[in-house]
Write a protein that binds this ligand. Structure first.
Ligand code: NCD
Length: 357
């Protein structure tokens, strides 16, 4: 049996994901939240039900009071050194719903990293003051490195990945799954069985698409259509992972052709903060990959439209009024989903489930 505490980061990085996951759990419970592959169907169902319970409790004064007294002595650090509006605010709100105190660092310019302090020392410092760290970083691997290092100290605190470069955004995927399940609640009790999900836009550099695709492997008979210009095609590692997990995948460069087949459409923007060789963003014909009042009729009557946001031109503003548009609801769902996730990681989920109004 491998002793994770004795090996170096370089050695740890080479270990398979299935084995690594154990290192990020504690007492049979998820502790660090780093990648979508940590979630199985049992955990997803628990989170789905807990999110619904928290929403319900939040409707009454008594319920809100109960939630706000669950973690009053806990402090959370939101270490977001890459731009964020929704994810930052929804984590801050989720912490507040559970009664936690929130502090933040929003740029390395204001952190001792600019004085030459190593990332690991900065994280170690943060862990001295806080009970949880939520991290957004422009490059992949840093949330995992933070969790790896902190788990070897005497005072490990959970690390939550709120976006790691082009790689992963697991909590966005959780809220996307929650929104999809809620949308289909009446049809199949939120099972997503036999659903066709179409993902559109910059699939090459969009981390939300990667994390959501991985999470969808927990549902049966799902079909995914990836629709993008050839330059923005989804990376092969995701297609291979999906096919290995029996998800049927179709890749297309024709946006409108497959629109009528979608039960849910997941729009994304061009991620041009990440410069990629051989892609000149202004030369691309991305305008074709947009939902407009002209092509909206191609979408099924009971389909749903999601977007992780921020949006640019890929969904016309007029579509906000269409009953199939759920992206604003999706934003609020993010707050409830993150509240459920934090409650799970910080071991108060049982208390919430047992509470009777
Ligand atoms: C996404 C992200 O940061 O990856 N935004 C978000 O968290 N809602 C999507 C994006 O920026 O395009």
């Amino acid at each position: 049996m491998l002793d994770f505490h004795k090996i170096s980061w370089e050695e740890f990085k080479k270990i398979s994901l299935e084995k690594k996951v154990l290192y990020f759990n504690r007492d049979n419970n998820i502790f660090d939240v780093l990648f979508s592959q940590q979630f199985d169907r049992v955990l997803l169902d628990q989170l789905y039900n807990l999110t619904n319970t928290i929403r319900k409790l939040s409707k009454s004064e008594e319920g809100r009071h109960f939630l706000a007294n669950l973690l009053p002595h806990h402090r959370a650090m939101l270490y977001f050194v890459q731009p964020s509006t929704r994810t930052f605010l929804s984590f801050a709100s989720a912490c507040q719903i559970l009664g936690m105190h929130v502090s933040d660092v929003r740029s390395v310019e204001t952190s001792s990293e600019v004085k030459g302090e190593s990332f690991v020392d900065t994280i170690r410092t943060i862990s001295s003051f806080f009970d949880l760290v939520v991290m957004r970083y422009p490059e992949p691997g840093y949330a995992e490195l933070a969790a790896f290092e902190l788990n070897r100290t005497n005072r490990p605190i959970p690390v939550i990945n709120a976006g790691s470069g082009k790689d992963q955004h697991p909590t966005q995927a959780l809220l996307d799954i929650y929104t999809l399940r809620r949308s289909f609640e009446e049809i199949d009790h939120g099972d997503l069985k036999n659903k066709t999900i179409m993902m559109v836009g910059d699939l090459k550099r969009g981390r939300t698409v990667r994390s959501l695709s991985q999470l969808l492997t927990n549902f049966k008979d799902i079909r995914i259509i990836f629709s993008s210009p050839p330059e923005f095609a989804i990376e092969k590692d995701i297609v291979n992972f999906l096919e290995k997990n029996n998800i049927s995948v179709l890749e297309t460069h024709d946006f409108e052709k497959h629109l009528p087949e979608a039960d849910a459409i997941y729009m994304t923007r061009v991620q041009n903060e990440y410069k990629t060789e051989n892609i000149s963003d202004d030369k691309l014909n991305i305008e074709q990959f947009a939902l407009t009042p002209q092509n909206l009729h191609l979408l099924k009557k009971n389909a749903v439209i999601l977007h992780p946001l921020p949006r640019r031109h890929e969904i016309s503003l007029e579509i906000d009024q269409d009953p199939r548009a759920v992206y604003w609801r999706q934003v609020r769902n993010g707050m409830w989903t993150r509240t459920a996730l934090l409650a799970t990681v910080l071991n108060v989920a049982d208390k919430i489930n047992q509470f009777q109004l």
